[in-house]
Design a protein around this ligand. Structure first.
Ligand code: 3PG
Length: 219
């Protein structure tokens, strides 16, 4: 359910955000995130046939990664939303607000996380039923101080910045002290080796470390 997705996002605090055209690479990264403790994963709709890659990931996670919630990001219209819901997406993330997307998700009781950059947008997204609102691009829109200021008039808002978030003690401390619900992290979780391939062990270690940092910040 959409509540379960929001709660799971809060539980680990980290939403890995990833796209690659190669199915095996995506499976390896998804497994590394899972083994590192992530239970929510955002695959971004960023290339031709991205939906075919996602369909493979859903099959894989259903069989091998119990409890993993798979969502799709970078979705900007209702038609693409419907396609991914049909393929089994547990949640839909967008860099923007689109009311038709909200209706498509609400009808199916699937969590929808629209990209917002102002208090008016956050409020509009919540009126449209957003369980968690994404701040995008998180660092550029204003960073942790923006989140903290917004939480003044909107203390109930569940905020997820994505874009420019680092899985470091220093950066995570800033965001979580500002009151985020969770953070989306892309490029900085996915280190590559010299040969250009992803360093799967390092990815797992980074995810694990980030989740531990968030855990320690809650105490
Ligand atoms: C993206 O745009 O791919 C996501 O927002 C992730 O951004 P990041 O790589 O800066 O974490």
């Amino acid at each position: 359910s959409r509540i379960a997705v929001a709660e799971q996002m809060k539980a680990t605090g980290i939403v890995p955000v990833f796209y690659h055209a190669d199915v095996q690479t995506c499976k390896d990264i998804l497994k590394a995130c899972y083994d590192g403790g992530a239970r929510v994963f955002e695959f971004t709709n960023r290339g031709d046939f991205a939906h075919e890659v996602f369909a493979e990931l859903v099959k894989y996670a259903t069989k091998e990664l119990p409890g993993m919630m798979l969502g799709v990001g970078s979705v900007i219209d209702a038609g693409t939303t419907a396609l991914y819901l049909q393929l089994g997406a547990n949640f839909i993330v967008s860099p923007l607000i689109n009311a038709e997307m909200a209706k498509t998700c609400n009808r199916r009781k699937v969590a929808w996380m629209p990209g917002c950059g102002s208090v008016t947008e956050i409020n509009y997204a919540e009126e449209l039923g957003a369980e968690v609102v994404k701040i995008f691009p998180g660092s550029q829109v204003g960073g942790p101080s923006f989140v903290k200021a917004v939480k003044g008039p909107l203390p109930w808002s569940s905020i997820m910045p994505t874009g420019g978030v680092s899985p470091t003690q220093e950066n995570l401390k800033e965001w979580f002290e500002a009151g985020v619900h969770c953070v989306g992290i892309g490029s900085k979780l996915f280190q590559k080796k010299e040969d250009g391939s992803f360093d799967i062990q390092k990815v797992e270690a980074k995810v694990k470390e980030a989740i531990q940092i968030v855990e320690s910040l809650k105490k």
